[in-house]
Design a protein around this ligand. Structure first.
Ligand SMILES: NC(=O)c1ccc[n+]([C@@H]2O[C@H](COP(=O)([O-])OP(=O)(O)OC[C@H]3O[C@@H](n4cnc5c(N)ncnc54)[C@H](OP(=O)(O)O)[C@@H]3O)[C@@H](O)[C@H]2O)c1
Length: 247
């Protein structure tokens, strides 16, 4: 599906060191974009090799999304971008009765505060110039409550509302603000579920498509929302979940 539609566009992707973010960065490179990643660690060798092969630019800025000062410095360093993908996210599991407030605040800082700060920092110039694409990673827990992840559920619910709030203000200025809500993807974030055979079986049997997602399933939808094909899509949270929410 990748057809150089984004040739000449610049894209910022957060949390592309692994998992879904790495697949999104790769898909954007394949679609023609030059990519800057924002994360703690360096880009993978595979991503560097792909950028070289395609003749695209791939840069990296170090940032900790739990630290607003670090996020602000990263926005200043990058300056301007045509596309922003807020992918980085964190999840902490405890029973709700034991959930430490510090962990709750950390999840909200990374999954909500940083997403707002990045959307505002990169979005303001988009609004001023009259074009731009912002896609944020939501979750099934934008719609459902989950188990033992109250901070994550609260944060992803907030992402769904933030997308609508920003879209209401920015759609008239040519800036598309949307979200993709992945179903279950086999990444490090789901280590605990993947390690529990009974829970894995329960979850897998409930997915109408009959399988978990691969990161590339999610990346395709994100790229679509970054192209002109999606110019009239505003304020949407697009489930890419193998039919989970329809069930
Ligand atoms: N996997 C799923 O089934 C699933 C389902 C629904 C939604 N999502 C969402 O999709 C997005 C990507 O998920 P994933 O499964 O690919 O997660 P992952 O494999 O755990 O990767 C998370 C990424 O976010 C970065 N990150 C986390 N906290 C950070 C911080 N404080 N500062 C800088 N970078 C930070 C990580 O960087 P480091 O390498 O430095 O840790 C990594 O690049 C998340 O927003 C997640 O909530 C995932």
């Amino acid at each position: 599906m990748f057809d150089s539609t984004l040739l000449g566009r610049t894209a910022v992707v957060t949390g592309a060191s692994r998992g879904i973010g790495e697949a999104i960065a790769a898909a954007l490179l394949r679609s023609g974009a030059d990519v800057t990643t924002l994360q703690r660690g360096p880009n993978s060798d595979a991503l560097h090799a792909l950028a070289r092969e395609l003749g695209r630019s791939l840069a990296h800025v170090t940032v900790d999304f739990a630290d607003a000062g670090s996020v602000g410095a990263a926005i200043d360093e990058v300056g301007d971008t045509d596309i922003l993908v807020n992918n980085a996210g964190t999840q902490i599991r405890h029973d709700a009765v034991d959930f430490p407030l510090t962990d709750f605040e950390r999840v909200l800082a990374v999954n909500v505060n940083a997403v707002f700060q990045l959307s505002q920092g990169f979005g303001a110039p988009m609004v001023a110039r009259g074009s731009g694409k912002i896609v944020t990673l939501a979750s099934l827990l934008t719609f459902q409550g989950g188990m033992r992840v109250p901070a994550y559920a609260a944060s992803k619910g907030a992402v769904g509302q933030l997308v609508k709030a920003l879209s209401n203000e920015w759609a008239a200025h040519g800036v598309n603000v949307n979200a993709v809500a992945p179903g279950y993807v086999a990444t490090d974030m789901n280590e605990a579920l993947l390690a529990d055979p009974q829970r894995f079986k329960q979850l897998s049997e409930r997915i109408p498509a009959g399988r978990w997602a691969i990161p590339e399933d999610i990346a395709s939808a994100v790229v679509f929302l970054c192209t002109p094909y999606a110019d009239y899509i505003h304020g949407a949270v697009l489930p890419v979940d193998g039919g989970w929410l329809a069930r």
